[in-house]
Design a protein around this ligand. Structure first.
Ligand code: TYD
Ligand code: MG
Length: 463
């Protein structure tokens, strides 16, 4: 096109280059350069658009700290407690911009359509889709049982037309599915390019902040699982939510990677059914359903996800290796953490893991990054290696130190209570936790341990 040129932009730091490069000289990222088309000289509209889009607020006077009022965030419930919890409790904050990202087909559009009804109570909702026709959207909404009061649907990919339509509809909540399909006249590059995604997101942020509209943007993911487009996208928005799960399995987990209005520790759990996504208020029950009994290598673990204790299951399989270097395959647990636990067991207990392949898996697609799950992982490994069964009614909680000591964990009472509620009758806990403050929990026997060596005798006694 006349007056334009093709350049390459680093999606991590937006460094520009006339040629494609494997490694960004500015930020050092590999494989981050993507093609883009820019105007040789910025046009008058482009410069004007940039100027206005940068104006987030008319108030640009420095004010004394003590005179600034604390804003009260108005929240709009989404009708899904699990989603509200991830958003910081209570729902969508008025005027906030949220980026919802996830693999194709995971259920982003389904979730957003389902929350339209609850949002529509007392608010006007505009659902903009750049991917599906209005007919398709209505068909899906009908199947999901969405009544659609106060809901407006628009199929459009042109940013300026979307904004002018929004001026007419005057929505309180605007959903844009997806930001990678929207293009603006202010840039010559194609929809989904770094420049376009950046420009369009900035425009939506300005709209949100200046008019108090809550905006939910759907973001595609790239090959590596990150959000497609410029890295700054995540800095620009108020919250970044990831929707994840195995497409073959029915449950889905939503977690906040960034949230200016709440904690990023909370997760929301859903199940995909014929009639859309259903909330799972008791994820532990779901994670433990269909648990194999009386088999070696399985150990229940209690991990905290935000304020909520979750009982999951760690499975280990230890088999003699046929490789020169034994294999270590982990799913849901940090690789380095597992290597550390294996080293402790090998050195302190003399267990021969170095001649065995080790496969570890956490059921339900859950990631346990908490050190409090160390004891359970260690027990599962020993159980598989020695082929001795861990009792099904036993849950193990505690962090492992390099000397094999079992260290205290946070929220022990909450964890033990959750285990008792789910029918566990014995809990291995760190002695350090109850050293100063004893506690009891009805229906569950507490087995305090100082080191991992004691678990062995406990296992012998109990199995
Ligand atoms: P969708 O929301 O279109 O995914 P995304 O927007 O993240 O790409 O979800 C599509 C998948 O969800 C599709 O593979 C079918 C499944 N699904 C159900 O199982 N039940 C339903 O009621 C709906 C609407 C979708
Ligand atoms: Mg979709």
């Amino acid at each position: 096109m006349k007056g334009t040129k093709t350049i390459y932009i680093c999606s991590e730091c937006e460094q520009k280059s006339p040629k494609w490069m494997g490694k960004c000289p500015s930020c050092g990222a590999w494989n981050s350069f993507v093609e883009d088309v820019i105007a040789v000289k910025p046009t008058a509209t482009e410069s004007a658009a940039r100027r206005t889009s940068m104006q987030l607020s008319s108030e640009s006077v420095a004010r004394p700290y003590n005179e600034v009022d604390i804003p009260t965030y108005m929240r709009c419930p989404t009708g899904m407690n699990e989603l509200d919890r991830v958003l910081g409790g209570g729902g969508l904050v008025t005027g906030s911009v949220i980026l919802l990202s996830g693999e194709p087909g995971i259920g982003k559009s389904t979730l957003l359509m389902q929350i339209c009804d609850a949002l529509g109570e007392g608010h006007r909702v505009l659902y903009v889709s750049g991917e599906e026709s209005t007919g398709q959207l209505k068909m899906r909404a009908k199947r999901l049982g969405v009544k659609g009061n106060n809901l407006f649907i628009l199929t459009e990919t042109h940013l300026e037309r979307i904004l002018s339509e929004a001026d007419k509809v005057k929505p309180d909540v605007m959903i844009v599915d997806s930001v990678q399909t929207i293009y603006s006249d202010s840039s010559n590059s194609t929809a989904g390019s770094v420049t376009q995604v950046r420009e369009c997101t900035l425009s939506f942020i300005c709209k949100a902040k200046n008019e108090g509209i809550s905006v939910i943007l759907v973001g595609h993911v790239n090959k590596e699982g990150g959000i497609a487009g410029p890295k700054v996208l995540e800095h620009m928005v108020d919250a970044v939510l990831y929707f994840e799960g195995e497409r073959q399995q029915s449950y889905r987990i939503i977690r906040a990677m960034k949230n200016r209005y709440g904690s990023t520790n909370e997760i929301g759990v859903f199940e995909m059914t014929d009639t859309g996504l259903c909330e799972v208020a008791n994820p532990s029950e779901m994670l433990l359903a269909g648990r194999p009994t009386n088999i070696s290598g399985n150990c229940a673990v209690c991990t905290m996800e935000g304020t909520r204790p979750l009982i999951a299951e760690v499975q280990a399989l230890v088999t003699p290796t046929v490789f020169p270097a034994p294999r270590r395959t982990n799913n849901g647990i940090d690789y380095n953490r597992v290597c550390l636990i294996l080293a402790v067991l090998e050195k302190r207990l003399g267990q021969r893991f170095s001649q065995n392949d080790v496969y570890l898996n956490v059921i339900g697609g859950l990631h346990i990054d908490e050190p409090a799950s160390d004891t359970a992982v260690a027990l599962a490994l020993i159980s598989s290696l020695t082929d001795r069964v861990i009792p099904d009614d036993l849950v193990a909680i505690g962090e492992l130190g390099l000397a094999g000591e079992c260290r205290a964990v946070s929220n022990l009472e909450l964890r033990v209570k959750e285990a008792a509620r789910l029918g566990f009758r014995r809990a291995i806990i760190p002695y350090r936790n109850i050293e100063k403050r004893k506690f009891e929990c009805e229906g569950i026997e507490l087995i305090p341990i100082r080191t991992i060596f004691e678990t062995l005798s406990i296992l012998k006694d109990h199995s």
